[in-house]
Design a binder for this molecule. Structure first.
Ligand SMILES: O=C(O)CCC(=O)C(=O)O
Length: 270
């Protein structure tokens, strides 16, 4: 993957750590959006776990050009580092007037990592309107450990978002995010192309850590302490604790904290 200098800032990465995803609206040029439909129709070869990007997506291929778009490449590099591998890619299609929604799920059956994560790219080549079965996402759900479709019995959660977006939008998601394709009530097909990236380096300070918003800046703190409407008043605070743990790992700062929460619960005098 080519390196770009469009790296994320600390506040943007902290926002990803809090929300579990990052939106890049209209990041893909219209010529590529037009081309995407033919590429999807032709079919995509499967990619086994751990395939380096240049092998998974040969030079000049659509997927390679997609992941090398400067803002996409910069955001990916900031989250999974240079030279990630790929283990899966797939075009998710919601057919016109499709009668049912997909149950809420996470794309992780068993994954207890607290200091590392895969990133899933979702790309929408066309405008997605409210009727078109945009992906439902539950912001802030990615660190609430669940096993794949165990969340399927939840129909709606306060604060969930059903994606609407302009053509060419890319979303990068933590692999643990709760999501699902919605019912397509429109007369138009809706495509979403997903690629899963696995880091090959420790996910430590991979973004632009320089000013103005350093990893311990007020802007970062504000992102990390964000609450979401579906959180329980007390248990919801565990999510902030989980973020502190992840931020400590991602910044190599074992003392990072918010309101002494992680410090307090680590106190075990000898
Ligand atoms: O179609 C969608 O919007 C989401 C599908 C998806 O991400 C999945 O099946 O895991």
């Amino acid at each position: 993957m080519s390196t770009t200098r469009h790296l994320l800032t600390s506040a943007q990465v902290a926002r990803f750590v809090a929300h579990g995803f990052l939106r890049l609206d209209g990041a893909v040029p219209q010529e590529m959006n037009d081309e995407a439909f033919g590429v999807f129709e032709a079919g995509l070869p499967s990619v086994p776990y751990g395939t380096p990007v240049p092998e998974a997506f040969p030079e000049g291929s659509f997927a390679r050009r997609l992941v090398e778009l400067p803002f996409v490449a910069g955001a990916l590099e900031s989250l999974v580092g240079p030279d990630p591998t790929v283990d899966h890619h797939f075009v998710h299609t919601r057919e016109p007037h499709q009668g049912s929604a997909q149950p809420l799920h996470a794309d992780a059956l068993i994954d207890l990592r607290t200091d590392a994560f895969d990133v899933q790219l979702m790309y929408y080549p066309q405008e997605v309107t409210a009727e078109m079965g945009g992906t439902l996402i539950v912001p802030g759900s990615h660190l609430r450990r669940t096993n794949e479709s165990d969340t399927g019995r939840y129909q709606n959660l306060r604060g969930q978002t059903r994606l609407t977006c302009p053509a060419g939008t890319v979303i990068l998601l933590h692999h643990g995010i709760w999501h699902g394709g919605r019912r397509n009530d429109s007369g138009r097909v809706r495509h979403m192309y997903k690629i899963r990236f696995n880091p090959t380096v420790p996910q430590v300070r991979l973004w632009d850590t320089t000013a103005p918003d350093s990893p311990d800046s007020p802007a970062v703190r504000e992102e990390l302490r964000r609450s979401f409407p579906w959180y329980e008043k007390a248990t919801g605070r565990l999510e902030i604790h989980n973020r502190i743990k992840l931020w400590r790992a991602m910044t190599a700062d074992p003392g990072y904290d918010i309101d002494y929460w992680a410090t307090r619960v680590a106190n075990r005098p000898a």
